[in-house]
Ligand binder design. Structure first.
Ligand code: F6P
Length: 348
């Protein structure tokens, strides 16, 4: 191959820039030119007035020192138009016109589906799992997960310090749309006493019982870590009953959040629980050494595969080493939640 492309897609994750840098270095090593495709798959649709807003020549001189920077230099987006077959054909025409012979796609499972579609239309793609969520079963870690967990642990430790000073509990929400891995590892890493995840059914009453027991045991400053997606796993009767009993006539979505949980615990456990939503701080951090290392290994392997004419693959980590497998096989794998660790954290 003489020219390849690289894009970042979906939610940004720490390490995406390091992966782009690795792709640029590997491309230079193999004597290939590199095109940076902007704003995920949107760039392939070439809708901007200026071509550089969609696709731009990337060289080591252009991207200079981005490797340790958070966010993504190429920008990112979720591209709904790419779901339409005619738009994908349009994208392939643009890709061919630019002379791009293969693409490295850095993103999560949605981005992988897009890559598979491009492969089916004759554009070889290799995926790098860029998402903080760690929700892809085929890899031990996704790019950005380690940084996100470390970010949460730092913040939860700070919250625990002030909780300790005031002898009051904290409820901390971390990211993870359908996956409790960030919550689980952040809870273990920070010594939090209660962890709530989307993979395990839960109820507010059950959490309140646990917190009350901790308070009775002499720990009025326990931390509850909840994954943002955990509301989907809550027993619906729990909040329906609560709303009914209290004559609330608001829409469920308006109240089912971490502030509401904190309020409920306040009343049920007679304590001063305080909520914090960590939010995007987790995504915007400088990548950890581990994520930067993974980004470099993955970027290098992705370019090597394309150079050898091998597309339709994704890169992952197995036994601590980078490996690759077909996109379809990777997406079929079912995640296994670490229930043992979850039970251990929640043991009182
Ligand atoms: O997929 C990564 C993620 O950070 C999720 O944890 C979170 O639910 C989502 O992205 C938020 O995305 P957005 O940028 O659209 O708010």
């Amino acid at each position: 191959m003489h020219r390849i492309g690289v894009l970042t897609s979906g939610g940004d994750s720490p390490g995406m820039n390091a992966a782009v840098m690795a792709v640029a270095k590997a491309a230079r090593y193999h004597g290939m030119s590199l095109i940076g495709i902007k704003r995920g798959y949107n760039g392939t649709l070439c809708k901007s007035h200026h071509i550089e807003d969609d696709m731009l020549e990337l060289d080591l001189d252009t991207i200079l020192d981005i490797a340790d920077q958070p966010g993504t230099y190429l920008r990112t987006a979720r591209c709904l138009e790419f779901h339409r077959p005619e738009m994908r054909v349009h994208a392939v025409n643009n890709i061919r016109e630019m002379g791009i012979e293969g693409i490295v796609v850095i993103g999560g499972d949605g981005s992988y589906h897009g890559a598979m579609e491009l492969c089916a239309l004759g554009v070889p793609c290799v995926g790098i799992p860029g998402t903080i969520d760690n929700d892809l079963a085929y890899t031990e870690m996704t790019l950005g997960y380690d940084t996100a967990v470390n970010s949460c642990v730092d913040d939860i430790r700070a919250i625990r310090a002030t909780s300790r000073s005031h002898d009051r509990p904290a409820v901390v929400e971390v990211m993870g749309r359908h996956c409790g891995d960030i919550a689980l590892k952040a809870a273990a890493g920070s010594g939090a006493e209660i962890c709530i995840v989307p993979e395990v059914n839960w109820s507010i009453q059950e959490v309140a019982n646990r917190l009350s027991r901790l308070i009775d045991m002499g720990n009025p400053r326990a931390t509850v870590v909840i994954a943002e997606g955990a509301w989907d796993a809550m027993h619906p009767m729990d909040w329906h009953r609560y709303l009914r009993e209290n004559g609330c006539h608001v829409h469920d979505d308006d109240v089912m959040n971490t502030h509401f949980l904190s309020l409920m615990l306040k009343y049920k456990c007679k304590c001063e629980a305080r909520p914090t939503v960590l939010g995007y701080t987790q995504r915007g951090r400088t990548p950890s050494a581990y994520d930067s290392w993974f980004a470099f290994e993955a970027g290098n392997l992705a370019v090597n595969l394309l150079e050898n004419g091998i597309g339709n693959q994704v890169i992952g980590l197995k036994d601590g080493r980078v490996y690759y497998l077909p996109i379809g096989m990777a997406l079929q794998q079912k995640r296994e939640f670490n229930l043992q660790l979850y039970n251990l954290i929640n043991t009182i």
